[in-house]
Design a protein around this ligand. Structure first.
Ligand SMILES: Nc1nc2c(c(=O)[nH]1)N[C@H]1C(S)=C(S)[C@@H](COP(=O)(O)O)O[C@H]1N2
Ligand SMILES: [Mo]
Length: 199
């Protein structure tokens, strides 16, 4: 597809791979790493690094759109599809949202519908190379259809929820959903501090 048709309004293409996050890059030892699915589930699920890597793998190609204005096209990501993880989860009645939890307390909220799109995956490699610590090693979420702030680096778990709740950047004023093809989705309609989602 022509490049300009793939780049949402207000975005420019970069060939680099900027690093953006709040706080320090965590040092994570695979031996101590755990991945948990908890909250509104019939049984919490905990996987160690080996068990997570033993889940079915897949590879997707997708574009990245950062809310700060850069887009990076044609990224190949390899990891575990959210759908393949979800097959091992028994959600409780009324589950409609998830909160992604990452090292250091970072969070990002998603509707279950957005989380279970077929191109969403927990990735350990980018363009054929293991993720660098700056880009989220050992595991990051990739949600190609939403702004990149939803793609949490250093993921440690998924909380299943009945109601939506804002994550880290959403509490700071970013939109609850963040669809790059709808530019009004960059920021919340409410100025930070007056945001009714603020907890
Ligand atoms: N754990 C964590 N994940 C995060 C963030 C963060 O602050 N902490 N920032 C998000 C934002 S705002 C962006 S744009 C992307 C940047 O990913 P990159 O550094 O791999 O380009 O990571 C997202 N994931
Ligand atoms: Mo971002």
């Amino acid at each position: 597809m022509a490049e300009k048709l793939r780049v949402p309004p207000g975005q420019h293409v970069t060939r680099g791979f900027p690093v953006l996050h709040e706080g320090d890059v965590p040092r994570i030892e695979p031996a101590n790493w755990r991945f948990a699915v908890f909250g509104l589930v019939e049984e919490p699920l905990t996987l160690d690094y080996e068990a997570f890597r033993a889940l079915p793998h897949c590879r997707i190609e997708a574009d990245v759109h950062c809310v700060t204005g850069w887009s990076k096209l044609d990224n190949a990501w390899e990891g575990v599809a959210s759908r393949d993880l979800w097959e091992r989860v028994k959600p409780g009645a009324g589950a409609r949202f998830v909160m992604i939890h990452a090292a250091g307390g970072f969070t990002a909220n998603l509707s279950l519908d957005d989380f279970l799109q077929p191109d969403v995956l927990f990735a350990w490699s980018h363009n054929g190379v293991p993720l660098s610590p700056e880009h989220g090693w050992p595991l990051r979420l990739v949600v190609p259809r939403l702004y990149f702030w939803k793609s949490a680096k250093w993921v440690e778990g998924v909380e299943v929820m009945a109601e939506d709740r804002p994550g880290f950047w959403e509490r700071g004023g970013y939109h609850m959903r963040g669809d790059p093809w709808q530019p009004q989705n960059r920021y919340s309609h409410y100025p930070p501090g007056k945001d009714p989602w603020r907890v």
